[in-house]
Write a protein that binds this ligand. Structure first.
Ligand code: DQA
Length: 150
């Protein structure tokens, strides 16, 4: 049997504060609890997941640089960087991996500055406002994409 494909799940700035952020937007799960949900979703799809969170934009960029050749795909929630970090957008392009964007909250229905995603055009699909289920949908989308391209 083929080894499971590894998907990297990247959490950006302030995602380590889940559990302390506004539950109306972000729910009540901590990042550790969210990651264990995501691991469960991945297991049912036969995917392996690895996680990385940082509050430092350069570290996020360098993590993306290191993914080429080591991960089959990436799920990313860059937090507020989503809306303005052209550096992260360029690093995602350099990584050149199938990617899905996830936001726990419904970013398009919040403040106007959250409506722009600088990474959206590089992603197969974006999922927002579905809480942890957005990660399940993103993994399903990547799994479908990977099964079509192998
Ligand atoms: C977020 C939405 C962003 O606008 C916000 O800055 C975050 C989290 C989300 O998951 O809903 O930090 O990416």
């Amino acid at each position: 049997m083929a080894a499971p494909q590894r998907i990297e799940v990247l959490h950006g700035v302030n995602l380590d504060m889940l559990g302390r952020r506004d539950p109306a937007h972000y729910g009540t799960l901590t990042l550790t609890e969210l990651e264990s949900r995501i691991t469960g979703f991945a297991g049912t799809l036969g995917l392996e997941v690895s996680f990385f969170q940082t509050n430092h934009e350069g570290e996020f960029v360098e993590r993306l640089h290191g993914l080429a050749g080591s991960a089959a795909g990436v799920v990313l929630n860059p937090g507020a960087w989503t809306h303005y970090s052209w550096a992260i957008r360029d690093a995602l392009e350099i990584a050149s991996l199938p990617a899905c964007e996830v936001h726990l909250s419904d970013v398009k229905a919040r403040e106007p500055w959250r409506r722009l995603s600088v990474i959206e055009e590089l992603c197969l699909e974006s999922f927002a406002g579905m809480g942890p289920d957005g990660y399940r949908l993103a993994l399903e989308r990547l799994s479908e994409h990977l099964s079509q391209s192998t």
